[in-house]
Design a protein around this ligand. Structure first.
Ligand code: ZN
Length: 173
């Protein structure tokens, strides 16, 4: 088990664009294991490599239909629905905030698994939200960049005042 500290809002690494994984080697496999351990250790349902300070395009997530966490390397959106759903979202990197974000209802994403095989996920609702959230992390975007101006201001104020959200809210990503 290797649980890493999750980088928090204000850390410049979270604003950077992550680079594609060129080769799936032992370093990449270890990164995936560390991300899974860190996600599970924090009771999260998704985590992206930049959140532990590694600027690689690799995400992990827990799909509802599987007990085994999934790893997706160099993920890319291949189709996205026009229909959107607005819901509360929380992020392990922005611990004080829980903000409303509109996300596409369904999304199809392709990438590679740890074995280097091409995989495609057709996701809807919560899983679609998780995947869109983690992809944002790979492009240096946080939930505060995705919410309304009003919610952003409210969250920034709460962060500056050190207000933390109560336990047991939305599962963080
Ligand atoms: Zn997040």
């Amino acid at each position: 088990m290797a649980i890493f500290p999750v980088r928090k809002f204000g850390d410049p690494v979270l604003k950077e664009k992550a680079q594609p994984v060129e080769k799936i080697d032992n370093g990449v496999r270890e990164l995936a294991r560390n991300l899974i351990d860190t996600m599970n250790g924090a009771d999260g349902v998704g985590l992206a490599a930049p959140q532990i300070g590694v600027l690689k395009r690799l995400i992990v997530f827990n799909a509802r239909d599987s007990k085994k966490p999934r790893v997706l390397i160099n993920p890319e959106i291949i189709s996205i629905s026009e229909e959107e759903i607005e819901d509360e979202e929380a992020c392990l990197s922005v611990p004080a905030a829980e903000v409303k974000i509109k996300r596409a209802k369904t999304v199809t994403i392709k990438g590679l698994n740890l074995e280097g095989n091409k995989v495609t996920y057709k996701a809807s609702e919560l899983l679609a939200r998780i995947l869109q959230h983690e992809l944002n992390h790979l492009d240096g975007q946080l939930i505060l960049d995705k919410t309304s101006e009003k919610d952003r201001k409210k969250a920034l104020k709460e962060i500056s005042l050190g207000i933390t959200k109560p336990e047991g809210g939305t599962s963080p990503l």
